[in-house]
Design a protein around this ligand. Structure first.
Ligand code: PGA
Length: 252
């Protein structure tokens, strides 16, 4: 990948999770209002739940419409059917897509149940490209600095592909699975595809993210910390709450 000069990452520190969620939801809503047919790349996890809740409220209360937009999700576990309780299909249906007027023809989540995952990855990557590329990508960050399921070491040039999950990630997510064992593999949109988004918003909340946020924002830009790649992006913003900002404020 061509090396870009480091840009100073934009960072907004919000007092708490509620204001972080509202700010993120307003960013999505603002994009929709200016570009009703915008293409979004969206995360799952605990962090974005508040943002989705706010967006659902804006739909119910203010009539915010998602009908013209296209949505892609960042990742899905390999080997799970769409209706598995812990699948990201289920998460998105229950927390967002099923509660607003998103057009099912424009909602995309990688299919983790396919017999040929490599083909599914290629299909998914091509679908994003065909849609015109991503206008706004919203990301969470793992405690190990991962984005999507791009774990430490993920090549910055990577595309949508099958990956092996880090043991730390499997432990953090184990509670979502009966028997406490998360799948070993997943499909994730790659670093390069994330980076090609026209705008990126990374959300981080809570003290258990502060080390990862500091490593991403203040350490070297390195594949060892996938989120650090955002420092080369001219339109990336770290949207973090005070607890997640604790370590950067120490270093600042
Ligand atoms: P979390 O996950 O929001 O559940 O902490 C974030 C991530 O792992 O990307």
């Amino acid at each position: 990948m061509t090396r870009r000069p480091l840009t100073q990452p934009k960072v907004r520190v919000l007092p708490d999770y509620e204001s972080l969620s509202l700010t993120a939801a307003e960013a999505v809503a603002g994009k929709l209002r200016s570009e009703p047919e915008a293409i979004f790349l969206l995360p799952t996890g605990v962090t974005p739940l508040g943002m989705y809740r706010r967006l659902v409220e804006m739909h119910a209360r203010d009539g915010l419409s998602f009908a013209g937009a296209s949505f892609f999700n960042l990742d899905e576990y390999l080997g799970l059917d769409a209706d598995h309780l812990a699948s990201y299909h289920t998460y998105m249906r229950e927390n967002f897509y099923g509660l607003v007027d998103a057009d099912p023809r424009r909602v995309h989540v990688p299919d983790g149940s396919v017999s040929d995952p490599k083909e599914e990855c290629e299909r998914y990557e091509a679908a994003m490209k065909e849609a015109g590329g991503v206008d706004l990508c919203v990301l969470g960050i793992g405690r190990n600095g991962h984005v999507g399921f791009n774990e430490p070491g993920a090549p910055f040039g990577s595309r949508t592909r099958v990956v092996r999950l880090a043991e730390t990630t499997r432990r953090v997510n184990a509670g979502d699975f009966e028997g406490g064992r998360a799948p070993e593999k997943a499909i994730t949109v790659g670093m390069r595809t994330i980076f090609e988004s026209r705008e990126i918003l990374l959300l981080a909340s809570g003290a258990n993210k502060s080390q990862a946020v500091a490593a991403a924002m203040k350490g070297e830009v390195s594949e060892a910390v996938p989120a650090s790649l955002l420092r080369r992006h001219p339109e990336a913003t770290f949207l973090i709450d005070r607890e997640a900002a604790a370590s950067i404020e120490e270093v600042a």
